[in-house]
Design a protein around this ligand. Structure first.
Ligand SMILES: [Cu+2]
Length: 367
C-alpha cells in the first residue's frame, strides 16, 4: 500500500480521536548519558545508527496483542532484533526510559525485567533469555464508580513527562543483561486476547562488585497467558475490587535482589509502587545476604500475601503466590478473582472506538 495513502488514512483516524497515539522508547538515559531509542515509525524502517535499544517492526508504534503471548514477538516487541551496543550501568544505578508519547486512555501496569545474556547481548538468541522481574507498578487508585477508570502506573509515566526510572538491583553480579521494559494497556482488557503489550529491550553492561547471581527466570514466551488475572482484566469495573492492589500485576513474582527492587520515579510513587514492590524491597534487605534464589523467591511471594489487608485480598494473594510457585498461575488466579474479569456493564462506549479500526490496521501493517 502506498505510504502516502497509509499516512493520510492514519492521520485522519488519529484526528478522529482526541488522544495521542501509541508510542515507543525514544531515549534511554543512564548516569547523565543519553542514548537514542529505536524509532520503528521512521521510514524506510531500515537500519538505524547502532544503538543500545533493540529494533522492532512496530511501524505504527503498534503492540503485541495478548492473543499472541506465546509468540516470540512478546519478548522484545514485533520482529525485534538485537541491539548492537550495550550501555554501561553500575549495579544500583538508575536507567531512565523516555517514551515519545502515550495515550492517557491506555491504562495499565509498567513492568521491568532483566535477563542475563550469558555472553554477548548483541547476538544472544532472544528466545533463550530468561527474565526476572526487578520492578513493577500496577493500579494506584480505584475508579470512582460508574465505569470510571482508576489511576494506573502509566498515568505516573505521563505525569513524569513520559520518563520511567528503574533501578538496577545493587547486589546484582556484573555482566551483560537485557532490560525488558514494558507498558501494558488494558483499555480493551476485559476481552481475552485484546490487551496490548508494548515491550522494549535495552542492552546493559552491568558493572560493580555485586555478588548476587541472576535468579532463575522465565523465557519471554512463558511470561504471560491471555487469561492471567492482570492481562484479562476489565478496568471499567472497579466496583468489583476493594483496593487498588486487588489488580494483580501479571508476570512472575518480583525478585528480591538487594534493596533497590522497585520503581524509583521521583514523585514518591515508590511508596505506592504496589504493596508488593515496596514491601519486597524491605524484605529484600533480609533476603539479600542470602543470595540463594530459593530464599529470594520465598521472600517476594510471602510479601505479596502479607501486604494484603482484607481476607479476600489475602486469599487472592496467597493463591497468586502458590500459583506462581507452581507456574499454573492462570487458572488459579482466575478462580480467585472472577469478578474483575466479568464483562463490562458500565463500560463507556467511546473509550477506544476510534482506535479500534486503527489497531486492526496496525496489526496488518506490521506483519
Ligand atoms: Cu491503543
Amino acid at each position: 500500500m502506498p505510504s502516502t495513502f497509509t499516512s493520510t488514512l492514519l492521520a485522519a483516524l488519529a484526528g478522529a480521536v482526541s488522544v495521542a497515539a501509541h508510542g515507543h522508547v525514544t531515549k534511554v538515559t543512564i548516569d547523565g548519558k543519553s542514548y537514542d531509542g529505536f524509532d520503528p515509525t521512521s521510514a524506510p524502517y531500515g537500519t538505524q545508527p547502532d544503538s543500545v535499544t533493540w529494533s522492532n517492526g512496530a511501524k505504527d508504534n503498534g503492540f503485541v496483542l495478548s492473543s499472541a503471548l506465546q509468540d516470540p514477538d512478546i519478548i522484545c516487541h514485533l520482529d525485534a532484533t538485537n541491539a548492537a551496543l550495550s550501555a554501561p550501568v553500575a549495579a544500583g544505578g538508575e536507567v531512565s526510559l523516555t517514551w515519545n508519547q502515550w495515550a492517557d486512555s491506555h491504562k495499565g501496569p509498567v513492568i521491568d525485567y532483566l535477563a542475563d545474556c550469558g555472553g554477548d547481548c548483541s547476538t544472544v538468541d532472544k528466545t533463550t533469555l530468561k527474565w526476572f522481574k526487578i520492578a513493577e507498578m500496577g493500579q494506584l487508585t480505584l475508579g470512582s464508580g460508574g465505569g470510571s477508570v482508576g489511576k494506573f502506573a502509566d498515568d505516573v509515566l505521563i505525569e513524569d513527562g513520559l520518563t520511567w526510572k528503574v533501578t538496577i538491583p545493587s547486589t546484582l553480579k556484573a555482566g551483560n543483561y537485557v532490560l525488558r521494559h514494558e507498558l501494558i494497556a488494558l483499555h480493551e482488557g476485559g476481552t481475552e486476547g485484546k490487551t496490548q503489550m508494548y515491550p522494549q529491550c535495552i542492552n546493559l553492561q552491568v558493572t560493580g562488585s555485586g555478588t548476587a547471581s541472576p535468579p532463575a527466570g522465565v523465557v519471554g514466551t512463558a511470561l504471560y497467558k491471555s487469561t492471567d488475572a492482570g492481562i484479562l482484566h476489565n478496568i471499567y469495573n472497579d466496583e468489583a475490587l476493594s483496593s487498588p492492589s486487588d489488580y494483580q500485576i501479571p508476570g512472575p513474582a518480583l525478585v528480591a535482589l538487594g534493596s533497590s527492587a522497585g520503581n524509583s520515579n521521583s514523585n514518591g510513587n515508590a511508596a505506592v509502587s504496589s504493596a508488593s514492590s515496596t514491601t519486597a524491597a524491605a524484605a529484600a534487605t533480609t533476603a539479600s545476604s542470602a543470595v540463594s534464589q530459593a530464599t529470594a523467591t520465598t521472600a517476594s511471594t510471602v510479601v505479596v500475601a502479607t501486604s494484603s489487608a482484607t481476607a479476600k485480598a489475602t486469599a487472592t494473594a496467597t493463591t497468586k503466590a502458590t500459583a506462581a510457585a507452581t507456574t499454573s498461575k492462570a487458572s488459579a488466579v482466575q478462580t480467585a478473582q472472577p469478578a474483575s474479569n466479568s464483562p463490562a456493564t458500565t463500560r463507556p462506549k467511546k473509550t477506544c472506538n476510534g482506535r479500534r479500526r486503527r489497531h486492526a490496521r496496525q496489526i496488518k501493517n506490521v506483519m
